[in-house]
Design a protein around this ligand. Structure first.
Ligand code: G16
Length: 548
């Protein structure tokens, strides 16, 4: 039943059940994220906000994903998904923050009124919100708080249950595009598996069968979802061994496992013993990030991160576009400041691909990638995907082939647009894309890795009294506050060969991140720790710093 206005009494009564603690909430890089025991009121208000967003968009379905992705198990969070499966429009992040910080029923109603007035919301089309959650023990009670918010605001809620983040994004887009020319797929989990598996089989046809890959699922939602996906693929076509699939033992989620651990520690996760020549990859806790790795003959660990995936994908798509005779389609790559200097050099100089650099957070990369016909975007941490513009999709769909080779390439390109989850970074879909490319190239991980050599790099987390005093500009490569810090940082960096370093407040953890790269491992370690010390001193550091 639709309603013409909000029921203030209902919101008031429900808000009393979800008191707001004295915490400064911020809708950050990936929504709200912090210790789960602080989040009850936030989820209640996310429910209200998701309803308002849907009312604003004439009842289009909005998604809410309850997850804290790579964060430790005791954290949780929520992010909103807009109708085409993309991240919440940035202007609304401000409303989300305002509402989350409204401390009592009067302030909540005032914030709601102000959002309604500012955005010109009408209520006659109703509101529809779907939601899903990851494997965290805190999800059950947070779902309840979310439902209270949705019900209080008069939305029609649909619980999609345990989902990976990219699955929820997929579902939102499918629901909103159903019955249109732009229909994205069947709005069910099964529909997602069928779409991906059919495209994968088309792309693998006639290609050498790869040896089974070992997939570390961080003891998160990726494990049961990958196991489900495997039911749609014949073992002879492709096989995967899942490790770190324990979603029931408390404390295991992301613990010494998963994409974030492998990327930041630059070593294999617990439970994976690397055999030379074999392929390994890690998902993160909500299965939206992916990194690959392998051991060389000497048993030395090598990481193939988001930068390497972007290079692999961009080159493959450029070749395919050419073979398909649609080379009017331009390909571009979007990175962040965390991209290894060597990767940017490789893409711009060797591959001659345009590269843009934007702020951390897939929402920023996604928007920038939309400017290309085919926009390949990946953060170094393995979060990313490939976007095909509507024009590019149309060209790929309607071009008629003149030769059998062109026909095959066109078919493969079409299948690739189906295989890639274009709503958001998706570990499963990205992994299948990498597997396809390796099969087409007949490459091992080691051969893929030969494209360029990463500069040694290191990420350090510094806990300070208030991370928000660190403000940046220039796609986060320059720190503007605290004043004078950049000059001190520059002075340190200038002492190192090929040195580069920057600092920024994390949007998902209570810490300032320090990134450093330099010509050698030793120089990198010294540079990272020197800059971390600087941040610690200027920011009122808490606890101890990592050592060299
Ligand atoms: C989230 C975002 C990513 C971002 C990462 C770290 O990933 O979606 O875009 O790179 O957090 O962000 P920050 O450095 O601001 O903490 P995930 O996988 O945790 O959702």
């Amino acid at each position: 039943m639709t309603q013409m206005t909000l029921d203030q009494q209902k919101i008031r009564a429900a808000s009393d059940l979800h008191p707001t603690p004295e915490v400064n909430f911020v809708y950050g890089t990936a929504g709200f994220r912090m210790r789960a025991d602080m989040l009850d009121s936030v989820l209640f208000k996310v429910g209200i906000l998701a309803a308002l967003r849907s009312y604003k968009l004439n009842g289009a379905t909005i998604g809410v994903m309850i997850t804290a992705s790579h964060n430790p198990e005791e954290d949780n969070g929520a992010k909103l998904v807009d109708p085409r499966g993309e991240m919440l429009e940035q202007a609304w992040e401000v409303y989300a923050t305002e509402l989350a910080n409204a401390r009592d029923a009067d302030s909540i109603l005032k914030a709601v009124d102000s959002i309604v007035a500012q955005t010109g919301i009408t209520f006659d089309k109703g509101a529809n919100v779907i939601y899903g959650y990851d494997t965290r023990p805190s999800c059950a009670s947070l779902v309840k708080a979310l439902e209270d918010g949705l019900n209080a605001a008069g939305a029609k809620p649909t619980n999609f249950g345990l989902k990976s983040t990219p699955q929820l994004h997929y579902l939102v887009r499918c629901i909103n595009t159903a019955g249109t020319n732009d229909a994205y797929g069947e709005p069910t989990e099964e529909g997602y598996y069928i779409k991906l598996s059919e495209a994968f089989k088309t792309l693998m046809k006639g290609k050498p069968t790869l040896s089974p890959i070992t997939v570390d699922c961080a003891n998160g939602v990726g494990a049961p979802k990958l196991a489900d996906f495997l039911k749609y693929i014949d073992h002879d076509v492709w096989a995967a061994n899942i490790v770190n699939d324990d979603i029931n033992t408390k404390g295991k989620l992301n613990y010494n496992a998963g994409a974030d651990y492998v990327k930041t520690q630059q070593k294999a996760p617990l439970g994976a013993t690397l055999a030379p020549g074999e392929r390994y990859c890690s998902f993160d806790g909500d299965a939206d990030r992916l990194v690959y790795y392998y051991a060389d003959e000497a048993g030395v660990f090598h990481l193939l991160d988001g930068d390497k995936i972007a290079g692999l994908a961009a080159m493959f798509i450029m070749d395919l576009v050419k073979s398909a005779g649609v080379d009017s389609i331009n390909v571009g790559v979007v990175q962040t400041a965390y991209a290894n200097g060597s990767s940017t050099q490789y893409l711009t100089k060797q591959c001659q691909v345009p590269v843009s650099c934007v702020n951390t957070g897939v929402k920023h990369l996604h928007h920038e990638a939309e400017k290309y016909d085919v926009g390949v975007y990946f953060e170094a941490n393995g979060h990313g995907t490939v976007l095909f513009s509507p024009e590019a999709l149309n060209t790929i769909k309607t071009t008629e082939s003149k030769t059998p080779a062109q026909n095959t390439a066109l078919k493969q390109l079409r299948a690739l647009t189906e295989l890639i989850n274009q709503t958001v970074g998706d570990a499963l879909s990205d992994m299948l894309m990498v597997e396809v490319i390796l099969a087409h190239r007949n490459w091992t991980c080691q051969e893929w890795d030969q494209a360029y050599t990463d500069l040694p790099n290191r990420l350090v987390k510094v806990v300070v009294a208030n991370r928000y005093i660190f403000k940046t500009t220039n796609a986060e490569r320059t720190v503007v506050e605290p004043e004078g810090l950049q000059a001190e940082l520059d002075a340190i960096v200038s002492k190192y060969n090929n040195g580069r370093s920057f600092v920024r407040a994390s949007g998902t953890e209570d810490a300032v991140r320090v990134y450093a790269e330099a010509a050698t491992r030793t120089e990198t370690d010294y540079l990272a720790i020197a800059v971390a010390q600087l941040v610690y001193d200027r920011g009122g550091g808490i606890g101890s710093l990592p050592s060299i």
